[in-house]
Structures are given as C-alpha cells and as structure tokens.
Design a binder for this molecule. Sequence first.
Ligand SMILES: O=C(O)CCC(=O)C(=O)O
Ligand SMILES: [Fe+2]
Length: 253
Amino acid sequence: MVSHYSDEVKRKSSSGPDAPLPAGYNKQPDHSPDKNEYLLMFPPESPFNVLPDNPPDFRNTLKEMFKYFVKTGELLEDIINDCLSLPPNFLKEYNSDRSWDFMVTMRYLPGTEIDNNGITEHEDGNLITIVLQEDVGGLEVCKNGEWIPVIPSTGTLVVNISDVFQVLSNKKFKSATHRVVRPEGRSRHSYVFFYNLQGDKWVEPLPKFAQEIGLAAKYRGFYYKDYQALRLRNKTHPPSNPEDIISIAHYEI
Ligand SMILES: O=C(O)CCC(=O)C(=O)O
Ligand SMILES: [Fe+2]
C-alpha cells in the first residue's frame, strides 16, 4: 500500500515532550537499523494521545481496536494464570490497576536486496504482546537458534509471552525472541498491542517457581517502571556497543 500522506502531514500527529512514551506519529531516524514508522497510542481516554483526523474513520477504528485488544489481553492473562497453575484470579488481582497498555500501528518500508531489517531481534519487556499482521509476512520467531517465519493467516492473532512472565515464572516461560524482516517490494503493516503492568508494580520470581520448589530465584526483583525507563534509554540513547542494550538479563542473578 502506498502512503497517501506526506511526512509533514503525519508529523502533525506527533506528541509533545511530556508524554511518557513518544505518542502519535514517529519515524525511526535514518541511521537506525530499524526501518519503520509508527503511530503510538495509549488507552483511548489518555490525554497524551495524538490521533490523526484523517482518514475520517481512523481515530474511532483505533479506539475500538484498542478496547478489543484489552479484552483479548485479559482473556490471555486468565489462560496463562491456568497454564501456570496459579490460584484463580491471581494475575488479575496482581495486575488490577493496569494503565500502561499501548498500541503501535506500524508501517515498514519495502525491503531491498541489501537492507531488509525491519526490527532487530529482541524480546518485549511487557507481559503479553498481541500482533495483528497483514498478509505479507515478515515476523519471525527464534526457536532453538533457528528463525521461523510466523506465517500470516486471516483472522489470526500472534501472541508473544514477554519478559515479565519470564521473571514471574522464574524462566519456566520464555519471553519470545522475535524480529521483523521487511518483505521486498511491498510495505508491511501491523498492529502491535502491548498488554502491560502498571509502573509501580514489583516484579520478581513467584515463590511457587522458586523457594517453594527448592529453586534459587533467577532474577532479582525490580519496579516495572525502572525496567521500562532503562529500555526507553536504549531507544533514546542507543549504546554504541550492542552488548550494552538493556534486556531482562540486566536483572539476572
Ligand atoms: O510488527 C510486528 O509484527 C512486530 C513488532 C514488534 O516486535 C515490536 O514492536 O516489538
Ligand atoms: Fe516485539
């Protein structure tokens, strides 16, 4: 799909400096290895949102999508609660004051023979990520050292377990390592919803996966907002040595 809007028009939907994350329209700087532009949105009622007026239905569609993503996230959280054999509603109560969810509407420029990186390999820092990707593909997940394409399928959402579950479960659940490879000749669009914890939440391995079963905790505890701040610094002040990029390994014991 060709973009019908100039960069200047898109930049009118960029946020001011007070937003906790750069809300609205953002474009990766030219020197970034990640070649994409995106619109970042907080919950529909957030004062930080900068949503475009055009096309006319876009804003309401985004708000509607956000609500459905939240519901899906809550359902997935409940399923994971069961999979981890936690007491009923344990995660729901732990995460009852959620307000940090956000959705990113991505557009990746077409890949070329010499440059097809869309997003460098990473794990997401939140709880659960839900991806709606269009039919061109490009998302890949790393399993046992091998990159496996996540083939798009109509009516299907991709769900990633992210870092917070890796810590809570003391590494019983693994945060999915993934990347985006830009398909050649076509732009790629995706909607990525980050189901999140509230910043003041304390994160550490649950006793059930550590001391109660005679295992040492594999992570030291941290406030979620501190981890988020370190990850944001990765983006705003990218370290020159890629090994200095902060991931959940930062809290590993
Ligand atoms: O665009 C996608 O399919 C995935 C994007 C992603 O991994 C991310 O934004 O963290
Ligand atoms: Fe991701």
